[in-house]
Design a protein around this ligand. Structure first.
Ligand code: COA
Length: 224
């Protein structure tokens, strides 16, 4: 898998807003990602193309990432497919003032007391079902562990079975319902939480899930 996780940067915000708009209802109150960048009680991660550091063979002064998109060899990797998928989606013209989009998804985590809380998680529609949501969740658990948070919690629409399946896979259990939580259609939210993250039981589960992810999708490249 040639998708990496890293912290959100200011230059990612335009694309992250695009993904947020695509993923959530038009009435969703958009996140102020700019403000969140400076929030010491939050961490935002993006799934993106791994950083390219080496020079292109035919041009020692330029990195592969600098090369004009059309001059890069077509590749069958997830990243190559993603770029082509997004191009197809938007027509011939690449979006974002000519820049090739390089953010596949994002997740927001807030630290509230002893707990870490996932506020939003979303993957570009065209790229779903390829392990990117799972990678973002692995990153969230790692961030919560590093922060010393005892558990990871979140809310999901009762109708959002796909997201709930993902969370259940990572040991989240339903612990309650918030009635009429979503203002657009007054839908209830299911509150989900993990068991204690540092306990052996969760560590074992998380270890097995990461190993299975690795076997299925390949290398996990996380720098957050
Ligand atoms: C939820 C979301 C982030 C999942 O991302 P994704 O990249 O498509 O998910 P992955 O490919 O990593 O799949 C991971 C797991 O999610 C669940 N899942 C994903 N797609 C699914 C589907 N179509 N049906 C059922 N479960 C599904 C499965 O448990 C899957 O694990 P598996 O492959 O072992 O079965 C993505 O669907 C999304 O962006 N949705 C819109 C925004 C949203 O609803 N966010 C959640 C708010 S609470």
């Amino acid at each position: 898998m040639d998708v990496a996780l890293r912290r959100l940067r200011a230059e990612d915000i335009e694309q992250v807003i695009e993904i947020e708009r695509e993923a959530f209802t038009p009435l969703w109150l958009g996140t102020s990602f700019k403000r969140e960048l400076n929030n010491r009680y939050a961490r935002y991660l993006v799934a993106c193309q791994p950083e390219q550091t080496g020079p292109a063979p035919d041009n020692p002064s330029a990195s592969v990432a600098d090369a004009a998109p059309e001059s890069r060899p077509a590749d069958a990797s997830l990243w190559g497919r993603m770029v082509r998928g997004v191009r197809e989606m938007v027509g011939k013209e690449p979006p974002l003032n000519g820049a090739v989009p390089d953010i596949a998804g994002y997740v927001g985590i807030w630290f509230q007391g002893n707990e870490a809380h996932i506020t939003e998680i979303a993957v570009r529609e065209k790229l779903r079902g390829q392990g990117i949501g799972e990678l973002l969740l692995i990153g969230s658990v790692r961030v919560a562990l590093e922060n010393g948070s005892t558990v990871l919690t979140l809310e999901a629409r009762v109708s959002n079975f796909i997201a709930q399946r993902l969370y259940e896979k990572y040991g989240f259990k339903e612990v309650g319902i918030r009635k009429n939580y979503y203002s657009d259609n007054r839908e209830d939210a299911v509150i989900m939480t993990t068991s204690p993250l540092h306990a052996n039981e969760y560590q074992e589960l998380f270890g097995q899930l990461q190993a299975a992810f690795l076997a299925r999708w390949g290398e996990i490249n996380i720098s957050c």
